[in-house]
Design a binder for this molecule. Sequence first.
Ligand code: HEM
Length: 142
Amino acid sequence: MKPKVFIFTMIFAATIALAACSSTATVEEGNQPTLQEMAAPTDVTMEEQAAPAADTVSFSMDIMPVLVEFAQPAHSVEGEGGVFLENYEDVMKYVISGDPEGSELYKRLIGDGVDIMPPSGKLPDATIQLFYDWIAQGALNN
Ligand code: HEM
């Protein structure tokens, strides 16, 4: 083979080899996670997996019916202890939005340092949990 032809062939072969290498690298790059993906492999935290967020509690459908059943007529027409719990505005006088433990309404339901309500006996845990979640979720008029 003439030297010129040999050199040309070598350059051609080297070009093909380089092209093959760089295309392989591109394919591999595509499979690599980005830096962001490596730092935050998932949107779901461990806490969320262990304890799923509570469903949104509705004042009109979850909270008010309990008050109608267990707090009235004591806290409607009779206004026992000067307390009325007939509607959202009434109830909010005893609620600190976002702070169940600090809210008189929740303290009454668990008897935390105050006489438990209703006086006939503690409501079921699941019902009390609704009040807790509703207050923690911002005590919405929903
Ligand atoms: C928001 C905070 C509340 C306050 C400050 C409060 C206060 C009072 C007071 C001072 C009385 C009269 C004294 C007594 O019987 O112990 C009373 C009675 C009563 N409360 Fe409450 N209460 C609250 C919430 C509730 C709730 C959430 C319920 C029910 C879910 C409830 C149900 C009752 C009932 C049924 C009575 C009448 C008891 C009877 O006549 O035998 N109260 N409440």
